[in-house]
Design a protein around this ligand. Structure first.
Ligand code: FMN
Ligand code: EPS
Length: 374
């Protein structure tokens, strides 16, 4: 089993993370982890905070000569963009945690709420998730993401399966994480216009995991279902308001005969010609790609602020504004990739053991032999 914890405030010294349960003898490629941190920082529509931060992971424990030892691994990421005046938040922002957090923890205002509710914390979750991606790569499992929609601009009506692996790699070259250059231009213009108006945008992301073995997760008990675990992880990304698998909410308009992915056999393995289930049936992976979509609401901090109540005077006023992203959907897609990586890596250790990478691979190969020709 793999588990992790993070700590750190958005404008404190930095973030720390501890991950436990990564098998020994895995090369902890810090360059790869830093690459993932860089991918998360890119994306059109972010505030100048992202220009100030240069997220780099410092590995504090758990490795020897670059390889994991089985000991807990700990990371640190420094905050560089922390030098703002940390004034109290007494005019809570609708849509952020300011008011609920102030009341729940009996605080003076929202400052220490936003410090932790902030998506700054997702930088550490990406570093921890990237460690899980390194483990998944040992089993040839790859995770990709791209953007389906920003604001009211839909990239395409096509379903995910028309996007080839090579094209999914090219998505990284786009500041919006889309392939269509015309749509990219349209979205950039929309973000600029929205910024001028003091408003914000949300969107829809799609995350795809390829080469996932059959049999991760379980139908035997509700809290072992892998779709439930994935939904929990993706929903925990700040701003995410919905998750769907495969056809998701569109399943509603289909007949059973149009929805379910018929089963075929090619002489060696079972396969499907469609993937409306998004790679999961009965809480268990079925060997097809895992396909998830998630919707992110528009950013709650508005330069043209919404109405709120001053928590000291109780008078109607407008919400506080410091600096803020206008759109962070491309960054959220990288966070989602790395959260999915954690869930899948954890399931891999639950199924194949997690003490050493060699033992895990042996178990994986034996399982593949077992299900071959079944
Ligand atoms: C990568 C990323 C960047 C974000 N940037 C901002 C931001 O600059 N300003 C803001 O108000 N919210 C931002 N958010 C969203 C808030 O963190 C989020 O809406 C808030 O914590 C309340 O949580 P909830 O939307 O899940 O209810 C960002 C989210 C992500 C994933
Ligand atoms: C720092 C990050 O995102 C932050 C997430 C965030 C929020 O409220 O969620 C608010 C902004 O922080 P600040 O108020 O300092 O500009 C974003 O920049 C990051 O992604 O690393």
């Amino acid at each position: 089993m793999i588990r992790y914890l993070t700590a750190g405030e958005s404008h404190g010294d930095g973030l720390v993370g501890i991950i436990e349960g990564i098998p020994s003898n895995l090369f902890l490629d810090a360059e790869f982890i830093n690459g993932e941190l860089k991918r998360r920082q890119r994306g059109y529509g972010r505030s100048n905070r992202m220009a100030l931060e240069k997220d780099l992971v410092k590995v504090l424990s758990g490795i020897d000569r670059g390889y994991t030892t089985g000991n807990p691994i700990s990371f640190m990421i420094e905050n560089r963009g922390k030098n703002i005046e940390l004034i109290e938040i007494t005019r809570p922002r609708p849509g952020h945690g300011d008011l609920t957090g102030t009341l729940k923890y009996n605080l003076k205002g929202g400052r220490n709420v936003l410090e932790r509710a902030s998506a700054r914390e997702t930088a550490m979750r990406v570093a921890l998730g990237a460690t899980c991606k390194l483990l998944l790569k040992e089993f040839n499992i790859q995770i990709y993401s791209h953007i389906i929609q920003i604001g009211d601009v839909k990239i395409s009506e096509e379903v995910y399966s028309n996007i080839k692996e090579m094209d999914l790699l090219k998505v990284d070259e786009s500041p919006i994480r889309v392939l269509d250059k015309d749509k990219e231009k349209e979205i950039i213009e929309m973000i600029d216009k929205t910024k001028e108006k003091g408003d914000t945008l949300g969107g829809i992301i799609e995350v795809i995991a390829k080469n996932v073995p059959i049999g991760l997760g379980s139908y035997t008990h509700w809290d072992r279902k892998i779709d439930g675990k994935i939904a929990y992880g993706i929903m925990s990304i700040p701003g995410v308001k919905g998750v769907e698998f495969g056809l998701g909410f569109d399943a509603c308009g289909k007949l059973g005969s149009q929805m379910h992915d018929e089963i075929f056999y090619d002489g060696q393995r079972y396969y499907r010609k469609t993937n409306n289930a998004g790679g999961i049936e009965a809480g268990v992976t079925n060997g097809e790609d895992i396909v998830i979509r998630a919707v992110m609401k528009p950013i709650p901090t508005l330069k043209k602020p919404l109405r709120t109540v001053d928590i000291e005077t109780k008078e109607e006023t407008v919400a506080q504004f410091e600096r803020s992203d206008v759109c962070a959907v491309p960054s959220a897609s990288i966070v989602a990739e790395n959260i999915l990586a954690y869930i899948l890596a954890n399931e891999m250790t639950l199924k194949f053991g997690g003490d050493s990478i060699e033992e895990m691979k042996d178990n994986f190969n034996n399982y593949n032999k077992l299900i071959e020709n079944r």
